[in-house]
Write a protein that binds this ligand. Structure first.
Ligand code: GUN
Length: 291
């Protein structure tokens, strides 16, 4: 039997409906949650991500403030903009789309964001609090993945979760969330230094691919019945498509479908959840600032 496909759009829609009510309640207090979205440069994938984030804000009745800056922007200019936004009462969340051009000091830029407006959860304050189990903004993609796993209803306690990828924005925070008592998985983190990746992935009850490498996970690397979450968003050439490319994940979907118990598609799996959890954090930020 093929795997059940986890519909990220549907789960995202359920969460967005609940958020709409909270946004209405804020509007009664004359507060419209506002998200500042900063993009430096014109990387096509980043342009499409920030456009989708701004559109999601508009769709749900939130404000977004766009800052599209040239790739010659200097660290100091970006930090100065963030300081201005930190002080702006109409701005409840600040997002700096990553990656930034190589000459920019990414750490200094992210650290300039006031922790109470860090709706990506990327500052050392929020990541540290998350690690310690304190109230914090949880990074959007890992948070969305946890919601998707919960949505399947599979028991997670005592399972073996294997995270393939160790980025600061997905792999590392996700591994931390998976070991929380609510999930209680035993976690292995694999990365480019892992020798014989399949030896680990084959024993995963929950397999999360967040390496950014198209087709990395093949059917023979997956335990029958596993829950497979594909975080990869890779553009690969597709001469038959009008754009000349298509999006694929890190998982070879067509073949893994026949082995896994649950699987997320790309697009339509993790992507809509990332944006939804960004809306979720921004609404939470606005609520906290309203009391
Ligand atoms: N680049 C890739 N994913 C993300 C994300 O969730 N937030 C930001 N700011 N940049 C990203």
């Amino acid at each position: 039997m093929p795997a059940s496909i986890i519909d990220g759009k549907l789960v995202a829609q359920e969460i967005r409906s609940a958020l709409s009510e909270r946004i209405s309640a804020l509007k009664h207090k004359n507060i419209v949650p506002g998200l500042a979205v900063i993009l430096v440069g014109e990387d096509p994938a980043s342009v499409s991500y920030v456009t989708a984030k701004e559109q999601a804000c508009a769709d749900i009745g939130m404000k977004s403030f766009e800052y599209r800056l040239p790739d010659t922007t200097r660290t100091e200019e970006l930090v100065a903009l963030i300081h201005k936004l930190n002080a702006d009462k109409a701005v409840h969340g600040i997002l700096v789309q990553l990656p930034l051009p190589g000459h920019i000091d990414e750490f200094s830029v992210i650290e300039a964001i006031a922790p109470e407006k860090d709706v990506d959860g990327f500052t050392s304050i929020n990541l540290g609090k998350m690690l310690l189990g304190q109230d914090a903004f949880i990074p959007c993609t890992p948070h969305g993945i946890i919601k998707l796993i919960e949505h399947t209803g599979i028991p997670t306690k005592g399972t073996h979760a294997v995270v393939v990828g160790r980025s600061n924005i997905v792999g590392k925070p996700l591994a931390n969330l998976l070991i929380r008592k609510e999930i209680n998985a035993t976690v292995t983190i694999c990365h480019t230094g892992t020798v014989n990746l399949a030896d680990f992935t084959k024993h995963a009850d929950i397999l999360i691919a967040c390496a950014g490498k198209a087709g990395l996970i093949t059917a023979d690397m997956v335990k029958p019945g596993a829950c497979v979450i594909d975080v990869g968003v890779n553009r690969v050439p597709a001469p038959q498509s009008k754009k000349g490319w298509k999006l694929v994940g890190d998982v070879l979907f067509d073949e893994v479908l026949d082995v896994a118990g649950f699987i997320t598609p790309v697009p339509g799996g993790v992507g809509p959840m990332t944006i939804t959890m960004l809306l979720y954090n921004t609404v939470a930020a606005a609520e906290k600032m309203s009391v």
